[in-house]
Design a protein around this ligand. Sequence first.
Ligand code: M6R
Length: 374
Amino acid sequence: EKAGYKHFMLKEINEQPRAIRDTTLGRVSLDTGKVFLDNLAITPEEFRTANQITIAACGTSWHAGLAGKFMIERLARLPVDVDYASEYRYRDPIADPHAIGLLITQSGETADTLAAQAELIAKGSKTLAICNVVGAAITRKAAGTITTNAGPEIGVASTKAFTAQLTALFVLALHLAQVRGTISDAESLHLVDELSKLPGKVEDVLRSVDDQCQQLAKIFHNANDFLFLGRGVHYPIALEGALKLKEISYIHAEGYPAGEMKHGPNALIDEALPVVTIATKDPSDPSSVLKYEKTLSNIQEVTARSGRVIAIAIEGDEEIKHLVEHTIQIPQAAELLLPVLEVVPLQLLAYHIAVRRGCDVDQPRNLAKSVTVE
Ligand code: M6R
Protein backbone atom coordinates (compact mmCIF):
# COMPACT_ATOMS: atom_id res chain seq x y z
CA GLU A 1 0.00 0.00 0.00
CA LYS A 2 3.05 2.25 0.29
CA ALA A 3 3.68 1.51 -3.38
CA GLY A 4 7.33 0.68 -2.76
CA TYR A 5 8.04 3.77 -0.66
CA LYS A 6 9.50 3.43 2.81
CA HIS A 7 6.89 5.70 4.37
CA PHE A 8 3.44 7.03 3.51
CA MET A 9 4.84 10.54 3.85
CA LEU A 10 7.37 9.96 1.06
CA LYS A 11 4.72 8.35 -1.11
CA GLU A 12 2.41 11.30 -0.54
CA ILE A 13 5.14 13.85 -1.25
CA ASN A 14 5.65 12.11 -4.57
CA GLU A 15 1.93 12.08 -5.32
CA GLN A 16 1.78 15.88 -5.36
CA PRO A 17 1.91 16.40 -9.14
CA ARG A 18 -1.18 14.23 -9.47
CA ALA A 19 -2.93 15.81 -6.47
CA ILE A 20 -2.44 19.29 -7.95
CA ARG A 21 -3.54 18.19 -11.41
CA ASP A 22 -6.70 16.55 -10.04
CA THR A 23 -7.54 19.63 -7.97
CA THR A 24 -7.34 21.81 -11.09
CA LEU A 25 -9.08 19.40 -13.46
CA GLY A 26 -12.44 20.55 -14.83
CA ARG A 27 -12.24 23.82 -12.90
CA VAL A 28 -10.35 25.97 -15.37
CA SER A 29 -10.43 26.46 -19.13
CA LEU A 30 -7.06 26.70 -20.82
CA ASP A 31 -8.74 28.27 -23.85
CA THR A 32 -10.50 31.13 -22.13
CA GLY A 33 -8.80 31.39 -18.74
CA LYS A 34 -12.21 31.10 -17.08
CA VAL A 35 -12.71 29.32 -13.77
CA PHE A 36 -15.72 27.12 -13.09
CA LEU A 37 -16.73 26.51 -9.50
CA ASP A 38 -20.21 25.06 -9.62
CA ASN A 39 -22.48 23.92 -6.82
CA LEU A 40 -21.26 26.55 -4.39
CA ALA A 41 -24.71 27.89 -3.41
CA ILE A 42 -23.10 31.31 -3.11
CA THR A 43 -24.34 33.45 -5.99
CA PRO A 44 -22.03 35.60 -8.12
CA GLU A 45 -23.96 38.54 -6.64
CA GLU A 46 -23.00 37.44 -3.12
CA PHE A 47 -19.37 37.11 -4.16
CA ARG A 48 -19.56 40.60 -5.68
CA THR A 49 -21.07 42.25 -2.63
CA ALA A 50 -18.99 40.41 -0.02
CA ASN A 51 -16.84 42.80 1.95
CA GLN A 52 -14.72 40.29 3.82
CA ILE A 53 -13.51 36.71 3.78
CA THR A 54 -12.76 35.05 7.09
CA ILE A 55 -10.55 31.99 6.89
CA ALA A 56 -10.36 29.63 9.86
CA ALA A 57 -8.20 26.51 9.99
CA CYS A 58 -5.57 24.68 12.06
CA GLY A 59 -1.95 23.68 11.56
CA THR A 60 -0.89 23.11 7.99
CA SER A 61 -4.35 24.06 6.73
CA TRP A 62 -3.94 27.40 8.53
CA HIS A 63 -0.68 27.93 6.64
CA ALA A 64 -2.53 27.30 3.38
CA GLY A 65 -5.11 29.85 4.54
CA LEU A 66 -2.42 32.45 5.17
CA ALA A 67 -1.06 31.93 1.65
CA GLY A 68 -4.67 32.12 0.40
CA LYS A 69 -4.98 35.58 1.93
CA PHE A 70 -2.17 36.80 -0.31
CA MET A 71 -3.82 35.20 -3.35
CA ILE A 72 -7.34 36.51 -2.71
CA GLU A 73 -6.31 40.02 -1.67
CA ARG A 74 -3.96 40.34 -4.62
CA LEU A 75 -6.25 39.02 -7.32
CA ALA A 76 -9.76 39.79 -6.03
CA ARG A 77 -8.99 42.90 -3.94
CA LEU A 78 -11.12 41.55 -1.09
CA PRO A 79 -9.89 41.82 2.53
CA VAL A 80 -9.13 38.45 4.11
CA ASP A 81 -8.73 37.63 7.80
CA VAL A 82 -6.99 34.40 8.74
CA ASP A 83 -7.80 32.95 12.16
CA TYR A 84 -6.68 29.94 14.08
CA ALA A 85 -9.91 27.97 14.29
CA SER A 86 -9.09 27.23 17.94
CA GLU A 87 -9.21 30.97 18.72
CA TYR A 88 -12.05 32.12 16.55
CA ARG A 89 -15.15 31.60 18.62
CA TYR A 90 -13.71 32.77 21.92
CA ARG A 91 -13.57 36.48 21.13
CA ASP A 92 -17.09 37.24 19.94
CA PRO A 93 -15.77 37.66 16.39
CA ILE A 94 -17.19 40.14 13.92
CA ALA A 95 -19.03 38.31 11.20
CA ASP A 96 -22.23 39.06 9.29
CA PRO A 97 -24.09 38.15 6.09
CA HIS A 98 -21.63 40.21 4.02
CA ALA A 99 -18.69 38.17 5.22
CA ILE A 100 -17.97 34.76 3.73
CA GLY A 101 -16.42 32.13 6.01
CA LEU A 102 -13.84 29.82 4.46
CA LEU A 103 -12.89 26.69 6.40
CA ILE A 104 -9.84 24.80 5.23
CA THR A 105 -9.39 21.25 6.47
CA GLN A 106 -7.88 18.10 5.06
CA SER A 107 -10.01 15.76 7.18
CA GLY A 108 -13.13 17.88 7.45
CA GLU A 109 -13.46 16.57 11.01
CA THR A 110 -11.20 18.89 13.03
CA ALA A 111 -13.26 19.92 16.08
CA ASP A 112 -11.93 23.48 16.30
CA THR A 113 -12.59 24.12 12.62
CA LEU A 114 -16.14 22.77 12.95
CA ALA A 115 -16.68 25.06 15.95
CA ALA A 116 -15.44 28.08 13.97
CA GLN A 117 -17.85 27.16 11.18
CA ALA A 118 -20.74 26.96 13.65
CA GLU A 119 -19.85 30.41 15.00
CA LEU A 120 -19.72 31.92 11.49
CA ILE A 121 -23.09 30.39 10.60
CA ALA A 122 -24.63 31.58 13.89
CA LYS A 123 -23.55 35.13 13.01
CA GLY A 124 -25.19 34.93 9.59
CA SER A 125 -22.18 34.29 7.33
CA LYS A 126 -22.32 31.67 4.61
CA THR A 127 -19.46 29.23 4.74
CA LEU A 128 -17.36 27.56 2.09
CA ALA A 129 -15.13 24.57 2.78
CA ILE A 130 -11.92 23.43 1.17
CA CYS A 131 -11.80 19.79 2.20
CA ASN A 132 -10.08 16.60 1.09
CA VAL A 133 -12.70 14.11 2.27
CA VAL A 134 -15.99 13.89 0.38
CA GLY A 135 -18.97 13.98 2.75
CA ALA A 136 -16.92 14.99 5.83
CA ALA A 137 -18.65 16.85 8.68
CA ILE A 138 -17.49 20.32 7.54
CA THR A 139 -19.05 19.85 4.09
CA ARG A 140 -22.49 19.03 5.51
CA LYS A 141 -22.93 22.53 6.96
CA ALA A 142 -21.11 24.44 4.22
CA ALA A 143 -22.94 26.31 1.47
CA GLY A 144 -20.34 24.93 -0.87
CA THR A 145 -17.22 22.78 -0.92
CA ILE A 146 -14.17 22.83 -3.12
CA THR A 147 -12.83 19.32 -2.81
CA THR A 148 -9.08 18.94 -2.93
CA ASN A 149 -8.62 15.77 -4.91
CA ALA A 150 -5.39 14.75 -3.20
CA GLY A 151 -6.71 11.29 -2.31
CA PRO A 152 -6.42 9.71 1.17
CA GLU A 153 -3.57 11.16 3.22
CA ILE A 154 -2.24 8.66 5.76
CA GLY A 155 0.97 10.27 7.07
CA VAL A 156 0.26 12.49 10.06
CA ALA A 157 2.40 15.21 8.48
CA SER A 158 0.29 16.83 5.81
CA THR A 159 1.99 17.16 2.42
CA LYS A 160 -0.11 16.51 -0.67
CA ALA A 161 -3.23 17.88 1.01
CA PHE A 162 -1.33 21.15 1.59
CA THR A 163 -0.27 21.67 -2.02
CA ALA A 164 -3.78 20.69 -3.13
CA GLN A 165 -5.19 23.31 -0.73
CA LEU A 166 -2.86 25.95 -2.18
CA THR A 167 -4.08 24.96 -5.64
CA ALA A 168 -7.75 25.16 -4.60
CA LEU A 169 -7.16 28.56 -3.01
CA PHE A 170 -5.50 29.84 -6.18
CA VAL A 171 -8.48 28.66 -8.25
CA LEU A 172 -10.90 30.28 -5.77
CA ALA A 173 -8.93 33.56 -5.82
CA LEU A 174 -9.07 33.57 -9.63
CA HIS A 175 -12.79 32.83 -9.56
CA LEU A 176 -13.45 35.68 -7.12
CA ALA A 177 -11.34 38.01 -9.23
CA GLN A 178 -13.27 37.08 -12.38
CA VAL A 179 -16.68 37.48 -10.72
CA ARG A 180 -15.68 40.79 -9.14
CA GLY A 181 -14.05 42.10 -12.31
CA THR A 182 -10.65 42.75 -10.76
CA ILE A 183 -8.64 40.77 -13.32
CA SER A 184 -8.20 41.18 -17.08
CA ASP A 185 -8.86 38.31 -19.50
CA ALA A 186 -5.19 38.34 -20.51
CA GLU A 187 -4.03 38.02 -16.91
CA SER A 188 -6.53 35.19 -16.29
CA LEU A 189 -5.27 33.33 -19.34
CA HIS A 190 -1.69 33.81 -18.24
CA LEU A 191 -2.34 32.54 -14.70
CA VAL A 192 -4.37 29.54 -15.86
CA ASP A 193 -1.55 28.66 -18.21
CA GLU A 194 0.93 28.94 -15.33
CA LEU A 195 -1.33 26.75 -13.19
CA SER A 196 -1.44 24.07 -15.88
CA LYS A 197 2.37 23.91 -15.91
CA LEU A 198 2.61 23.49 -12.16
CA PRO A 199 2.32 19.66 -11.87
CA GLY A 200 5.17 19.21 -14.36
CA LYS A 201 7.33 21.64 -12.42
CA VAL A 202 6.62 19.83 -9.15
CA GLU A 203 7.74 16.63 -10.88
CA ASP A 204 10.97 18.38 -11.87
CA VAL A 205 11.55 19.51 -8.29
CA LEU A 206 10.91 16.01 -6.93
CA ARG A 207 13.49 14.64 -9.36
CA SER A 208 16.10 17.32 -8.89
CA VAL A 209 16.21 18.06 -5.15
CA ASP A 210 15.85 14.73 -3.36
CA ASP A 211 19.56 13.81 -3.38
CA GLN A 212 20.49 17.27 -2.23
CA CYS A 213 17.96 17.17 0.63
CA GLN A 214 19.49 13.85 1.72
CA GLN A 215 22.94 15.46 1.72
CA LEU A 216 21.67 18.43 3.71
CA ALA A 217 20.03 16.06 6.18
CA LYS A 218 23.40 14.41 6.67
CA ILE A 219 25.00 17.77 7.45
CA PHE A 220 22.27 19.27 9.61
CA HIS A 221 20.39 16.43 11.33
CA ASN A 222 22.09 17.11 14.66
CA ALA A 223 21.09 20.78 14.84
CA ASN A 224 19.10 21.76 17.93
CA ASP A 225 17.21 24.57 16.25
CA PHE A 226 16.27 25.72 12.76
CA LEU A 227 14.95 29.02 11.45
CA PHE A 228 12.82 29.35 8.32
CA LEU A 229 12.43 32.75 6.68
CA GLY A 230 10.28 34.14 3.90
CA ARG A 231 8.47 37.31 2.86
CA GLY A 232 4.99 37.90 1.50
CA VAL A 233 3.27 34.78 0.18
CA HIS A 234 6.50 32.89 0.89
CA TYR A 235 6.24 33.56 4.61
CA PRO A 236 3.49 30.94 5.18
CA ILE A 237 5.80 28.45 3.47
CA ALA A 238 8.52 29.29 5.99
CA LEU A 239 6.00 28.53 8.74
CA GLU A 240 5.07 25.27 7.05
CA GLY A 241 8.73 24.24 6.65
CA ALA A 242 9.25 24.81 10.38
CA LEU A 243 6.11 22.87 11.31
CA LYS A 244 7.07 19.89 9.13
CA LEU A 245 10.50 19.74 10.73
CA LYS A 246 9.35 20.00 14.35
CA GLU A 247 6.46 17.63 13.85
CA ILE A 248 8.42 14.69 12.48
CA SER A 249 12.04 15.23 13.60
CA TYR A 250 11.38 16.85 17.02
CA ILE A 251 13.91 19.58 16.23
CA HIS A 252 12.82 22.98 17.48
CA ALA A 253 12.10 25.19 14.49
CA GLU A 254 10.55 28.57 13.95
CA GLY A 255 9.24 30.32 10.88
CA TYR A 256 9.58 34.09 10.66
CA PRO A 257 8.87 36.85 8.18
CA ALA A 258 12.43 37.68 7.07
CA GLY A 259 11.96 41.38 7.81
CA GLU A 260 11.27 40.67 11.48
CA MET A 261 14.73 39.25 12.09
CA LYS A 262 16.22 42.52 13.23
CA HIS A 263 13.42 42.94 15.75
CA GLY A 264 14.60 40.05 17.90
CA PRO A 265 15.49 36.72 16.27
CA ASN A 266 18.86 38.00 14.95
CA ALA A 267 20.03 37.48 18.52
CA LEU A 268 19.70 33.72 18.02
CA ILE A 269 22.11 33.51 15.11
CA ASP A 270 25.40 31.72 15.56
CA GLU A 271 27.49 29.20 13.63
CA ALA A 272 25.27 26.35 14.85
CA LEU A 273 22.00 27.74 13.48
CA PRO A 274 20.77 26.59 10.07
CA VAL A 275 18.59 29.29 8.50
CA VAL A 276 16.45 28.13 5.60
CA THR A 277 15.57 31.21 3.57
CA ILE A 278 13.06 31.34 0.75
CA ALA A 279 14.61 33.74 -1.73
CA THR A 280 12.66 33.27 -4.93
CA LYS A 281 11.36 35.92 -7.31
CA ASP A 282 9.05 36.35 -10.26
CA PRO A 283 10.88 38.83 -12.49
CA SER A 284 7.60 39.91 -14.14
CA ASP A 285 6.29 41.13 -10.77
CA PRO A 286 7.96 44.29 -9.41
CA SER A 287 6.82 43.72 -5.81
CA SER A 288 8.25 40.20 -5.94
CA VAL A 289 11.60 41.54 -7.16
CA LEU A 290 11.65 44.15 -4.40
CA LYS A 291 10.94 41.48 -1.75
CA TYR A 292 13.74 39.37 -3.18
CA GLU A 293 16.23 42.25 -2.89
CA LYS A 294 15.25 42.77 0.75
CA THR A 295 15.56 39.06 1.42
CA LEU A 296 19.12 39.13 0.06
CA SER A 297 19.94 41.79 2.69
CA ASN A 298 18.39 39.57 5.37
CA ILE A 299 20.61 36.72 4.18
CA GLN A 300 23.68 38.92 4.45
CA GLU A 301 22.72 39.80 8.01
CA VAL A 302 22.62 36.09 8.85
CA THR A 303 25.92 35.19 7.14
CA ALA A 304 27.64 38.21 8.75
CA ARG A 305 26.84 36.57 12.10
CA SER A 306 28.11 33.16 10.91
CA GLY A 307 24.62 31.70 10.53
CA ARG A 308 24.41 28.88 7.98
CA VAL A 309 22.02 29.73 5.19
CA ILE A 310 20.22 27.21 3.01
CA ALA A 311 18.50 29.25 0.31
CA ILE A 312 15.55 28.17 -1.81
CA ALA A 313 16.12 30.05 -5.06
CA ILE A 314 15.11 30.12 -8.72
CA GLU A 315 17.15 28.08 -11.19
CA GLY A 316 19.89 30.12 -12.75
CA ASP A 317 20.14 32.61 -9.88
CA GLU A 318 23.92 32.96 -9.74
CA GLU A 319 23.90 35.97 -7.45
CA ILE A 320 22.57 34.08 -4.47
CA LYS A 321 24.97 31.17 -4.82
CA HIS A 322 27.84 33.47 -3.90
CA LEU A 323 26.13 34.60 -0.74
CA VAL A 324 25.14 31.33 0.91
CA GLU A 325 26.47 27.92 1.85
CA HIS A 326 23.73 25.86 0.15
CA THR A 327 21.23 26.66 -2.58
CA ILE A 328 18.25 24.51 -3.51
CA GLN A 329 16.97 25.44 -6.95
CA ILE A 330 13.38 25.37 -8.14
CA PRO A 331 11.88 26.33 -11.52
CA GLN A 332 10.44 29.75 -12.30
CA ALA A 333 6.69 30.24 -11.82
CA ALA A 334 4.18 33.03 -11.21
CA GLU A 335 4.69 34.67 -7.82
CA LEU A 336 1.47 33.31 -6.30
CA LEU A 337 2.24 29.76 -7.45
CA LEU A 338 5.86 29.63 -6.30
CA PRO A 339 4.80 28.46 -2.79
CA VAL A 340 3.72 25.10 -4.25
CA LEU A 341 7.24 24.54 -5.57
CA GLU A 342 9.02 25.97 -2.53
CA VAL A 343 7.40 23.67 -0.02
CA VAL A 344 8.51 20.46 -1.74
CA PRO A 345 12.21 20.70 -0.76
CA LEU A 346 11.16 21.71 2.76
CA GLN A 347 9.02 18.57 3.04
CA LEU A 348 11.90 16.42 1.78
CA LEU A 349 14.40 18.09 4.08
CA ALA A 350 12.18 17.42 7.12
CA TYR A 351 11.59 13.86 5.93
CA HIS A 352 15.26 12.98 5.45
CA ILE A 353 16.28 14.60 8.73
CA ALA A 354 13.57 12.66 10.60
CA VAL A 355 14.64 9.39 8.97
CA ARG A 356 18.28 10.03 9.93
CA ARG A 357 17.24 10.72 13.51
CA GLY A 358 15.35 7.44 13.59
CA CYS A 359 11.96 9.07 14.15
CA ASP A 360 8.63 7.47 13.38
CA VAL A 361 7.89 9.61 10.34
CA ASP A 362 4.32 8.54 9.68
CA GLN A 363 3.23 8.44 13.32
CA PRO A 364 5.06 11.18 15.24
CA ARG A 365 4.78 11.05 19.03
CA ASN A 366 1.85 12.82 20.73
CA LEU A 367 0.01 13.56 17.47
CA ALA A 368 -3.12 12.27 15.75
CA LYS A 369 -4.01 12.54 12.08
CA SER A 370 -7.27 14.22 12.78
CA VAL A 371 -7.91 16.19 15.94
CA THR A 372 -11.53 15.62 16.83
CA VAL A 373 -11.40 17.14 20.31
CA GLU A 374 -11.09 20.83 21.16
O1 M6R B 1 -7.58 17.85 8.91
P1 M6R B 1 -7.14 19.27 9.13
O2 M6R B 1 -6.59 19.89 7.90
O3 M6R B 1 -8.25 20.12 9.70
O4 M6R B 1 -5.99 19.20 10.20
C1 M6R B 1 -5.42 20.37 10.70
C2 M6R B 1 -4.14 20.07 11.46
O5 M6R B 1 -4.38 19.23 12.54
C3 M6R B 1 -3.07 19.46 10.56
O6 M6R B 1 -2.82 20.23 9.42
C4 M6R B 1 -1.75 19.26 11.32
O7 M6R B 1 -1.19 20.51 11.62
C5 M6R B 1 -0.79 18.40 10.49
N1 M6R B 1 -0.37 17.26 11.26
C6 M6R B 1 0.42 19.13 10.01
O8 M6R B 1 1.26 18.34 9.26
